[in-house]
Design a protein around this ligand. Structure first.
Ligand code: FAQ
Length: 337
């Protein structure tokens, strides 16, 4: 449903203007600018402006945190999946999200920030992760809707990141998008099955769609005019498509999928605009979004507490891995002597 060719015309209309960056090293800066203008890749050993490095660490670490916190809402349903088949699929999906977090932490580490520093920022509540994971999964239809809409929104946002100017992030995204595509399809297929079931099952799907739709639209971030990072990130080739353009693409792709599924998207203003060749849609509740991003969503405290507990409970695994690696190291020194 979503492919690597998911590109739209790069558009920066409506974005905040970018002040010229302070030049720290004119020659290296010129080489960097030339590479960016030529659509080349910046690699870890290359010189890069401090702001570029900081923007990448911020975005990639937030993305990594989103993947591992994103394991929690669906993880709750592994023990309650309705069949062995659904359970096996869900275990694989949740495990994939953990793997995405690992690729992303590794990509961020190439910029000189350690995984311990990033995790400390997450666990102390300083770092952000996607707003979407602060809402509860109330029933099995929520698991299907997360696959269909949350993974669908995530793919829409991540496909352009496969062309990000920072090599390690772009390469991680190619693998992640392939797996997210499976995640999206399994969710949609689970919902199709429920929509072929009883009236109660159909009502569960519609209820889940009603609760998740607007939250998924907010996942793309604030409107372009209120997005402080977009203009510079687009000039650097980190983001390729603006928040609003991606949101629009996602809506246009999802409306026909909702029709096939037989559900109504909960927006009375959602309609095709012949002139724009896009769907018009209603107003997103940005106050609710910011309240959630700032820690006051329905599950923020629970998610963070569960994540910190999982990290602490896993200390023995990290200790054992370190002890094993130091034993191997000592053995190789002894063998070499
Ligand atoms: N939630 O100026 P912008 C997934 C913050 S992965 C929380 O527009 P930017 C897989 C933003 O950080 C989902 N905060 O910022 C999965 C910034 O705050 P800061 C995650 C948000 O970076 C599926 C401030 O607002 N995907 O779902 C959100 O240029 C199922 C101003 O915003 C990624 O991270 C939000 N929704 O654009 C896993 C993709 N939106 O740092 C499990 C990579 C904005 O100044 C189950 N990231 N903020 O304190 C991106 O593409 C970008 O970072 C955006 C935000 C588009 C998210």
């Amino acid at each position: 449903m979503y492919t690597q060719s998911f590109n739209v015309q790069d558009s920066s209309a409506g974005l905040k203007s970018v002040p010229p960056p302070a030049v720290e090293n004119p020659e290296a800066q010129a080489r960097f600018d030339h590479k960016i203008d030529a659509d080349g890749k910046i690699e870890p050993q290359d010189w890069m402006p401090d702001g570029y490095r900081k923007t990448l660490v911020r975005q990639i670490s937030q993305h990594a945190h989103s993947e591992i916190v994103g394991m929690l809402p669906e993880g709750n349903w592994i023990s309650r999946a309705p069949s062995l088949k659904r359970k096996a699929i869900l275990i694989a999906k949740v495990q994939d999200e953990g793997g995405h977090g690992l690729y992303l932490y590794s990509a961020a580490e190439t910029l000189g920030t350690s995984r311990d520093q990033m995790l400390e920022a997450l666990h102390s509540g300083k770092a952000k992760y996607s707003s979407i994971f602060n809402y509860p999964t109330l029933n099995w239809a929520d698991v299907g809707v997360i696959g269909w809409l949350v993974d669908g929104a995530a793919i829409s946002n991540q496909i352009p990141l496969c062309r990000c100017s920072y090599g390690p992030y772009a390469r991680a995204m190619i693998r992640v998008c392939k797996e997210e595509s499976f995640h999206q399809r399994q969710g949609y297929e689970a919902l199709l099955t429920m929509m072929g079931g009883t009236e109660a099952q159909k009502a569960m799907v519609q209820d889940a769609v009603n609760r998740w739709w607007w939250k998924c639209l907010a996942m793309f971030g604030p409107p372009d005019a209120d997005s402080p990072h977009s203009a510079q990130a687009m000039r650097w080739g980190i983001k390729r498509i603006s928040n609003d353009d991606l949101r629009q693409k996602f809506i246009d792709a999802t409306v026909p999928q909702a029709r096939v599924l037989g559900v109504t998207l909960p927006d009375p203003d959602l309609k095709w605009n012949e002139e724009r060749q896009h769907h018009d849609y209603g107003t997103i509740d940005w106050d609710e979004f910011w309240s959630t991003v700032n820690g006051n969503g329905p599950c923020n405290k629970e998610r963070l507490a569960t994540r910190v507990k999982a990290h602490n409970d896993g200390q023995w695994v990290r200790d054992a891995a370190l002890a094993y690696s130091s034993k191997q190291h000592n053995k190789s020194l002894k063998d070499a002597a």
